[in-house]
Design a protein around this ligand. Structure first.
Ligand code: MTE
Ligand code: MO
Length: 437
């Protein structure tokens, strides 16, 4: 099912397991039997997509918009919003929503009797909600960028080979999401607030999607309980004022603003309050960072924490040289995880020798840095622009690095952040102007 597995190293692994060879007659007979017993195409439900995408994988569909398009508008148009699917688009994405059901699992220790903390043996209470039940709650709209942990992986593999799908710098987009607060959904079921959940032993909120592999295993991920405290995790049905598109999780997706894309579960079918992280492959055996010297065989997935908030990052989307060749105007995005505001973006046109602070465009001119307790709530990205003199007529190298409200900065090079899975690349982003920088 995974086209990206058709690679030399996969065949090498399989070669060790070869038990024999089929003869031609056997192959023909098997093909005939398969045709007679044809399963429906797992990818029969893929929607029509924008022709402007740079497609990184067709099945499952992975695509990013061109950088010039991405940084043109504060809210990314729905059709151009990057798509990261691990599995086929499920049938629920294109059905009319009437049959859609969401299950919410509340452990016994929380739901009432029996008491005594959260454990898998407690009698849990499983609530079933329709789409209408969720949409009957107060609708909230908030702007949040979603970024894949693998954004800019291609650049990282240029430094040293990594294992993971190719992405340039556009596996990130920004939208205004409309939905119900997950805390409101839980409150409507009589579930106590986050503090009481924590006291009862709940540590994680575990989500599952409707998209499944050939064996029926579904996509899943979880976020720590405390992410709910700010009240901004949504079960969203709207995107930029339109119904949620099939590729982005219709009829309902999790929007966990400030948290890595992988936990923003699309086509969500279940929410479980748990003492444990999700047991899914993507929570436990993927989306984790490692030391630069750790190879695939030595990567200890159990001890590495799952990626949740992403580090401060920025990238150049577009550069335009003035008619006289003396200056360059650069534009791009900057994003900080955990809802932290981007407070400054430094841009250079001479490869990093001299810098200027860029002009920043926040959420349509709104004051960005709202805080709730210790938690920042500025979830949208920041677009920036700067016009700088070029070091030589028509030539230079544009470099960008951003700073967040905790004065976290981006590392200069790839060597220190390189990791075997090619995630979390937030090194200074460089774009040559007029040939060599
Ligand atoms: N949810 C489901 N059900 N299935 C998926 O494959 N991919 C995750 C996340 N949610 C995924 C999912 C990953 S890794 C990312 S980066 C984001 O969705 C991408 O969201 P988008 O496709 O709306 O841009
Ligand atoms: Mo992702």
């Amino acid at each position: 099912m995974y086209a990206q597995h058709r690679q030399a190293y996969v065949y090498e692994v399989l070669e060790e397991m070869r038990v024999g060879n089929l003869d031609a007659a056997g192959v023909a007979a098997a093909a005939a039997a398969r045709a007679a017993d044809a399963k429906p195409d797992a990818y029969a439900n893929e929607p029509t997509r924008w022709s402007g995408f740079a497609v990184r994988s067709a099945k499952p569909f992975n695509a990013e918009p061109p950088p010039g398009v991405l940084v043109r508008t504060y809210h990314t148009p729905n059709e151009a919003f990057y798509v990261r699917n691990h599995l086929p688009v499920p049938a629920v994405a294109t059905a009319d929503g009437a049959d859609y059901r969401l299950s919410i699992r509340v452990p016994g220790g929380v739901a009432g009797a029996p008491r005594g903390g959260v454990s898998p043996t407690d009698a849990a209470c499983v609530h079933t909600l329709s789409l209408a039940d969720v949409q009957a709650l107060p609708a909230v709209t908030l702007t949040a960028a979603v970024q894949c942990a693998g954004n800019r992986r291609t650049e990282m593999s240029g430094h040293r080979a990594v294992k993971g799908g190719a992405w340039d710098a556009c596996a990130i987009s920004n939208a205004a999401w409309t939905g119900a607060r997950l805390t409101d959904v839980l409150a409507s079921l009589g579930v106590p607030d986050v503090g009481a959940l924590a006291a009862a032993g709940v540590r994680h909120v575990v989500f599952e999607g409707a998209d499944a592999d050939a064996e029926g295993g579904v996509y899943g991920a979880s976020i720590p309980l405390d992410v709910l405290a700010a009240g901004d995790v949504l079960l969203a049905w709207g995107m930029n004022g339109e119904p949620l598109p099939a590729d982005h999780g219709a009829p309902l997706r999790v929007v966990a603003p400030g948290i890595v894309g992988a936990r923003n579960v699309k086509w969500v079918t279940s929410v479980a309050l748990s003492d444990e992280e999700s047991h899914s492959h993507w929570q436990r055996r993927d989306y984790k960072g490692f030391c630069p010297s750790v190879c695939l065989e030595d990567a200890d997935y159990d001890s590495a924490p799952s990626i949740q908030e992403l580090p401060i990052t920025s990238a150049v989307g577009e550069v335009a040289v003035s008619a006289d060749g003396r200056s360059v105007t650069a534009r791009g995005y900057a994003y900080a995880g955990g809802g932290r505001p981007v407070v400054r973006v430094d841009v250079s046109a001479d490869g990093g020798k001299t810098w200027a602070a860029a002009d920043l465009a926040g959420a349509d001119g709104q004051v960005p840095a709202a805080v709730c307790g210790a938690r920042y709530r500025d979830y949208g990205w920041t677009l920036w622009s700067a016009t700088l003199p070029l070091p030589a007529p028509g030539r230079g190298e544009v470099v960008v690095k951003a700073v967040d409200s905790s004065y976290n900065v981006q590392p200069e090079g790839l060597a220190g952040v390189w990791n075997v899975r090619g995630v979390l690349n937030n090194a200074w982003h460089r774009v040559p102007v007029g040939g060599e920088g």
